[in-house]
Design a protein around this ligand. Structure first.
Ligand code: FES
Length: 175
């Protein structure tokens, strides 16, 4: 009996995406192009919103590495979305230092405010709520990260409400 995973039809990346991959690969010696795996996965996520198994296969094929090695990177780092997420991904830190300083309350406040549980996406597709590991800003707790880039510190219930209102308004303007 074979223990190999079934082969996945890889995503066929467009020319613009492949050009972005090539720019990342060019930063490394020619025999170490696999070092660009994180950058390529980030590009995929920027363009597609998440990293699907088919995209992992596409990146693996492009970099000449086993798809399992790509999958290990995707699953190790919290920033890679392994399923589609909302327009705004909110990662609330609930590690111990933050948990001792209202991190759990911040998460619960968002759950009530958005009407979803941690790990879920709101029905309007705007918000995905997730826990996160330490964000390196323990002294600023409660802290959360918006879309893996924008750090929000000292997030009281009032500040969380303002953030949600602001993001909703921004989404409306974009629509
Ligand atoms: S434990 Fe939350 S930022 Fe460090």
């Amino acid at each position: 009996m074979s223990i190999e995973s079934p082969s996945m039809q890889p995503v066929a990346f467009g020319a613009a995406t492949l050009a972005r991959f090539a720019r990342e690969v060019a930063k490394y010696p020619s025999d170490q192009k696999q070092s660009a795996v994180m950058a390529c996965l980030s590009i995929v996520q920027q363009e597609q919103g998440w990293v699907s198994p088919a995209a992992e296969q596409g990146v693996a094929d492009y970099l000449g590495m086993p798809v399992m090695a790509v999958h290990e990177v995707t699953t190790f780092y919290n920033m890679y979305n392994q399923q589609p997420v909302g327009r705004f991904k909110l990662n609330v830190c609930t590690n111990l230092p933050c948990a001792l300083r209202d991190g759990e309350q911040a998460l619960q406040h968002l759950e009530r405010r958005l009407g979803i549980q941690m790990g879920q996406t709101s029905a309007d597709g705007l918000f995905t709520l997730q826990q996160s590991e330490c964000l390196g800003a323990c002294a600023d707790s409660p802290v959360l990260l918006v879309n893996d880039r924008h750090m929000c510190s000292f997030m009281s219930s009032d500040k969380l409400d303002q953030l949600i209102d602001g993001l909703r308004a921004a989404a409306k303007e974009e629509a």
